[in-house]
Write a protein that binds this ligand. Structure first.
Ligand code: COI
Length: 355
């Protein structure tokens, strides 16, 4: 039961899990046996069901395709050595999804529907949770507008769907990023603080241009002054300058990343100096010149910690300290992995057991 909604469950006849080496699959391309679907119409959530993962026919007029009422989350489930499966901070994703829903004029999802559907789904697909050191089950909840209508208006109907896929590392190697001052990920008053599909769509062209120049990602700057760093690619960005951890403060252009908040919580717990504020390009490049920039990394659910080893700016490439010298991000990466895999104490009560 999810509040007033029963979840109907149709199990797959024969699991597909043995078709894959789940500890060794490319990110986001092979999907586990089941999916969760909830349907919204006439002002309320109507029905919820779990069924074998499958494509579903949709009208070409579906409004999500045209006007972008589409939001999503990224979260992960982990398996410990005893074979128990837990989710990392699922309520944080639940709350953020509803923040996104409000901003995009979509219906909020009741907690029992989100958590109930998620728990039932992951219970059915525990065989898909990798056991490797860096492996997890990446879970993608998403909400889309489903009205078949070309007129621009708030949709009356929606589907909330959860699918999942086994995942290893998102980036195989440390990355090089290009400071982007012509295109912006987000603007003041826009939707950068929520997980709207369009935020990712608009990032692809500038990223393609950066990749043509030999970088893996861009590092976004603010649209008003181009003086401050915002995020890197699809991740929040952090700097260690001297002995201080610095990251752009949350605003309407910065996503409230779950990994971001977890890294900050651990740093504070370890007594590190932490500053959430505007981080200027000038201070970062001055720190590089003064040999005082110790670490730069992106953080997000898919990548966890992605070390940034080079930054390009104004036609010049700056090499950053080698990963082997990065004490903080290495420790935070290991600590998060150990908490998630049940090998370190979960002091902050982040893990929620599924089974
Ligand atoms: C995540 O880290 O979960 C993201 O949203 C990044 C990307 C896979 C879209």
């Amino acid at each position: 039961m999810t509040g007033t909604l029963d979840i109907t469950i149709e199990k797959i006849k024969k699991s597909r899990v043995s078709d894959y080496d789940i500890n060794n699959v490319p990110f986001g391309k092979c999907f586990s046996d089941h999916m969760f679907v909830a349907e919204y119409a006439d002002g309320k959530w109507q029905k919820a069901y779990i069924k074998p993962y499958a494509d579903e026919p949709m009208s070409y007029a579906t409004s999500a395709f045209h006007y972008g009422q589409a939001i999503f989350e990224g979260m992960k489930a982990y398996k410990n050595e005893a074979g128990e499966v837990s989710l990392f901070r699922p309520h944080t994703n639940f709350e953020r999804l509803n923040k996104s829903a409000i901003r995009m004029a979509m219906p909020e999802i009741p907690e029992e529907l989100f958590m109930g559907g998620l728990m039932e789904l992951i219970k059915l697909d525990t065989d898909w949770v990798p056991t490797s050191e860096t492996g997890s089950l990446y879970i993608r909840p998403f909400l889309i507008a489903t009205d078949e209508a070309i007129g621009v208006k708030i949709s009356d109907t929606y589907k909330f769907i959860i699918i999942s896929c086994p995942a290893g590392k998102y980036y195989g190697e440390p990355i090089k990023v290009l400071v982007e001052t012509n295109f912006y990920r987000a603007v003041k008053g826009g939707v950068g603080f929520v997980k709207a599909a369009g935020n990712y769509g608009r990032s692809l062209y500038p990223t393609k241009l950066a990749q043509q120049k030999g970088y893996q990602q861009v590092i976004w700057t603010d649209s008003e002054t181009q003086q401050y760093f915002e995020e890197s690619g699809t991740m929040n960005v952090m700097f260690v300058i001297g002995d201080t951890l610095l990251t752009p403060a949350l605003s309407d252009t910065i996503l409230d990343g779950v990994t971001r908040s977890s890294v900050l919580a651990l740093a504070r717990d370890w007594g590190m100096k932490v500053e959430e504020r505007k981080v200027s390009i000038k201070e970062v490049f001055e720190a590089i010149e003064a040999n005082n920039l110790k670490e730069v990394f992106g953080c997000g659910t898919a990548a966890t910690i992605a070390h940034i080893i080079g930054i390009g700016h104004n036609g010049k490439d700056y090499a950053l300290p080698p990963v082997a010298d990065r004490k903080f991000s290495t420790k935070v990466d290991e600590t998060l992995r150990n908490i998630r895999k049940g090998k370190a104490e979960d002091k902050m009560h982040w893990m929620v057991k599924v089974i």
